[in-house]
Design a protein around this ligand. Structure first.
Ligand code: PBG
Length: 323
């Protein structure tokens, strides 16, 4: 007669397990980040992110169409310029690579997907910081906000549906919202990178965008040990007009994703970042883990923690598996 309780009954067959499965993972919940390099005539592999490339304008268009056909929910675009300066001028230039590529993709895809852009200066500055520097070399919050306002309007004009301010400047969401509204872009939304940590897991991304950064981002990104602070950042961003908020990275911060999901009145995204991708790809390439199973487990776990949306370099591939 013992044991009285047998939870294994609900695991007996695939049909039974499917029936009681608690977490959904659907293609529409996945957002594919893409890199486009100015002046590239061939896609350039990113060695620390096997399978991910810096696209040419042409291959970007093809990759974007393929991802949308696979069912992904959206695309997040990053630009890699040929020249950089202290102000990150290429970010606000309508002919800058990110704005040009946004125009390409909007022309190609219209409203058939949600087109997003990284609204941050680090890809465009010669010092690699997310903002402009003051005379002593510290990132100047308020001077940076003026640059973000101009960048946001340029990206909206180029066709982005959602802007992703990722620089962790105080007040960035409010300033961007006002700039968009003043320019008539009241329907352009903001996916705020609200709780973004100063993480070692961004390592491969630095190669992906040819980052010029020396030093760290500790004066603007959050300390990995702080969780309460993430909720404050989310609350402020929502008050300033964020349409959705993000926690980043994802895997080492699933507790923060959970807390955000419980507290946020708007959708919560989590960014399954470059270092998380590289760890899985590296281990899988060595035969140490099963690649597809691991990827689906990672994505399912981020959903289980409470993320509505996941930015992941596996978005198109995983969407095809899930279809
Ligand atoms: C900043 C930005 C970064 C990432 C997305 N936006 C890098 C950073 O903050 O240092 C990282 C994404 C990844 O690692 O996959 N524009």
């Amino acid at each position: 007669m013992f044991p009285e309780h047998r939870p294994r009954r609900l695991r007996t067959t695939p049909a039974m397990r499917r029936l009681v499965s608690e977490t959904t993972l659907r293609p529409r919940q996945l957002i594919l980040p893409l890199f486009v390099a100015e002046g590239a005539s061939q896609p350039r592999p990113i060695s620390s992110m096997p399978g991910v490339v810096q696209h040419t304008r042409d291959t970007l268009r093809k990759a974007a169409v393929e991802a949308v056909e696979a069912g992904v929910g959206g695309l997040m675009l990053f630009g890699v310029p040929e020249t950089r300066d202290a102000e990150g001028s290429a970010a606000t230039d309508p002919d800058g690579i990110l704005n040009v590529a946004l125009r390409d993709l909007r022309a190609e895809l219209g409203d058939s997907t949600v087109l997003m852009a990284d609204t941050c200066l680090d890809e465009f500055t010669d010092h690699g910081h997310c903002g402009v520097l003051d005379a002593s070399g510290v990132v100047d919050n308020d001077a940076t906000l003026e640059r973000y306002a101009d960048m946001a309007v340029a990206q909206a004009e180029a066709g982005a549906h959602l802007l992703g301010p990722s620089g962790m400047m105080d007040g960035q969401v409010g300033v961007i919202r006002r700039a968009l509204d003043d320019a008539g872009y009241t329907d352009t939304g903001i996916l705020a990178y609200s709780a973004k940590y100063a993480s070692a897991f961004y390592g491969p991304f630095r190669e992906a965008v040819d980052s010029q950064l020396q030093g760290d981002r500790n004066t603007y990104q959050q300390d990995p040990g702080n969780a309460r602070e993430a909720l404050r950042e989310i609350e402020l961003d929502v008050a300033e007009g964020a349409d959705a908020v993000m926690v980043k990275p994802a895997l080492a911060y699933l507790d923060v994703v959970r807390a955000a999901a419980e507290a946020s009145p708007v959708p919560v995204a989590a960014y399954n970042i470059s270092g998380e991708y590289a760890m899985v790809e590296g281990a899988a390439a060595n035969g140490w883990i099963e690649r597809e199973r691991t990827i689906l487990e990672v994505l399912t776990s981020i959903r289980r923690a409470g993320a509505d949306l996941i930015l992941t370099y596996w978005a198109a591939e995983a969407a095809a598996w899930l279809d």
